[in-house]
Design a protein around this ligand. Structure first.
Ligand code: CP
Ligand code: NVA
Length: 307
């Protein structure tokens, strides 16, 4: 691996990503059989944004690993009133085996990683959601046997954390990743270039465009996400009208491959980025995807801090 933290999807190289996914599958098959944190050792999980799945899956997962989940709501810390993130990370590192954090700017997570002497895990930033992509890749493996050579189309805000993480994490997994969204909602150029460079080594590919039908054509996996990510509620942009052609609905899915599945990291805005019939129907792998957060993150933690 390229660092002892997991701040972005490309912190796991293809070999390490595959090893984490193998471990996640083993942990799913034997849910209580891995207890590397027994002692227990604590893991801090800090939230500067809302969460259901991430909080529940990390808290449950750390407990299942035999550890103690130390959930910290940032509003009750000193982060906002003067203590630097680096100082806080330095102190927390004296108590815990790892620091997991959900925050806004990626620079905030970098400040934590710079101060920490234990591994730091990105539980969602404005730029990336790499733990989610591990769960999604585990789901793709379960449904198709492998990720290599499969095509994933992401529709919606191609500038958001999920799009960026699909590009990096999907390319690492040897997938063909296409993201499509309205003009003006395009991926960060550096992230796209890095994903292309990774894809060139794994046999995958990446593409960013504006045509939802072309993106979905023949895709094995169709993924979407909210059109308004946390923190974007007041940005003054129209996050409905230009996105309507990108709604994941039955008509759009007609162009996907036979046996295609649909992913959504949740929470879903039913009737906006995805229709009820798709989310609740047979193509939806969303509920397995949500469960797989637990298994993927347990494996990641064992990988980062286990014996
Ligand atoms: N998918 C996801 O991260 O969900 P939460 O925001 O509920 O944690
Ligand atoms: N893009 C979404 C993902 C939520 C899990 C957000 O950042 O709000």
């Amino acid at each position: 691996m390229t660092s002892n933290s997991f701040l972005r999807d490309d912190d796991l190289d293809p070999t390490d990503q595959a090893a984490v996914l193998d471990l996640a599958a083993a942990m799913k098959a034997d849910r209580t059989g891995f207890r590397p944190l027994a002692g227990p050792r604590a893991v801090a999980v800090i939230f500067e944004k809302s969460s259901l799945r991430t909080r529940a899956s990390f808290e449950t997962g750390i407990a299942e690993l035999g550890g103690h989940p130390l959930i910290i709501d940032a509003q009750t810390t000193h982060f906002g009133r003067g203590e630097t993130l680096g100082d806080a990370a330095r102190v927390l590192s004296r108590y815990v085996a790892a620091i997991v954090m959900r925050t806004s700017a990626d620079t905030r997570l970098s400040e934590v990683a710079a101060g920490a002497t234990v591994p730091v895990v990105n539980a969602l930033t404005d730029g990336f959601h790499p733990c989610q992509i591990l769960a999604d890749l585990l789901t793709v493996r379960e449904r198709f046997g492998d990720t290599k050579g499969r095509t994933l189309a992401f529709l919606g805000d191609s500038a958001n954390n999920m799009a960026h993480s699909y590009l990096l994490g999907g390319a690492t997994a040897g997938m063909h990743v296409r993201v499509a969204g309205p003009a003006g909602f395009v991926p960060d150029a550096d992230v796209l270039a890095k994903a292309a460079a990774i894809a060139a080594t794994t046999g995958g590919s990446v593409d960013a465009g504006t045509d939802p039908v072309a993106a979905v054509a023949g895709a094995d996996v169709v993924a979407t996400d909210t059109w308004t990510s946390m923190g974007q509620e007041g940005d003054g942009l129209d996050r409905i009208t230009p996105f309507l052609p990108y709604q994941v609905n039955a008509r759009l899915l007609d162009g996907a491959a036979d046996g295609a599945i649909v992913l959504h990291c949740l929470p879903a805005h039913r009737g906006e980025e995805i229709t009820d019939d798709v989310l609740d129907g047979p193509v939806s792998a969303v509920w397995d995807q949500a469960e797989n957060r637990l298994h993927a993150q347990k494996a990641l933690l064992q990988w980062l801090i286990g014996p």
